[in-house]
Design a protein around this ligand. Structure first.
Ligand code: E4P
Length: 221
């Protein structure tokens, strides 16, 4: 399974890239606003300088021509830019235009398998159901992943299901088991995946036993 980082914070991207497990990055206007720094274009360029994996850049325009203009500009930044387009009637049109032009898209704000199926048909390369936001309103976010992954597999669409709005490592594991090809994780969740209290306890125990053995050896010499 591919793991993306859901952030616009450069230090976080550098850190996970350094671990050797970063397959790409997703950004959105909220994440960009939180990160601060330069213009969106400058941040995207810096991210593409760190990872050669897909980097999602989200359009904010409402009408088709503006979405296309915005997306085409983002696509010029680097070859690994993927245009993130919110699900809507206009969004579907934009996705099909981008597909005809050979520009990859990530259809975002998907909350049902029906929306995901339409995005796949329009030619999106990534389909992003928001599992955390569905769980927040007491709906089963993972059910959308399960249904959409099955539809993609059965009908042979090229799109990949991307688990978005991830809140915990459980979402990543359940998404992987449900057949999603990608998950995008906040930095905190990447950290939670690395650590386990028994691992930390075990490391401390090994270190202390090693030091004890060294001290005994030194005492014998
Ligand atoms: C996906 O690409 C989105 O940026 C993201 O996963 C949204 O998650 P949130 O619900 O935590 O805002």
């Amino acid at each position: 399974m591919k793991l993306f980082l859901d952030t616009a914070v450069i230090d976080e991207i550098r850190t996970v890239h350094e671990w050797g497990v970063l397959d790409g990055v997703t950004t959105n206007p909220t994440l960009f606003a939180k990160a601060g720094g330069g213009t969106y274009e400058a941040v995207l360029e810096e991210i593409c300088g760190i990872t050669s994996g897909p980097v999602s850049a989200e359009v904010v325009a409402d009408d088709l021509e503006d979405i296309l203009r915005e997306g085409r500009e983002f696509a010029k930044i680097a070859p690994n830019i993927v245009i993130k387009v919110p699900m809507s009637e206009t969004g579907l049109s934009a996705i099909s235009h981008f597909a005809e032009e050979g520009i990859k898209t990530n259809c975002t704000l998907i909350f049902s398998a029906a929306q995901g199926l339409l995005a796949a048909k329009a030619g999106a390369s990534l389909l992003s159901p928001f599992v955390g936001r569905l769980d927040d309103i007491n709906q089963d976010g993972m059910e959308v992943i399960r249904e959409l992954a099955a539809i993609i597999e059965i009908h042979g669409y090229e799109a990949e299901v991307l688990v978005a709005s991830v809140r915990s490592p459980r979402h990543v594991i359940d998404g992987a088991l449900a057949g999603a090809g990608v998950a995008t994780l906040p930095f905190k969740v990447f950290g939670q995946m690395v650590h386990h209290p028994l691992t930390d306890k075990g490391i401390a125990q090994f270190k202390s036993d090693w030091q004890k053995a060294q001290a005994e050896l030194a005492g014998k010499v």
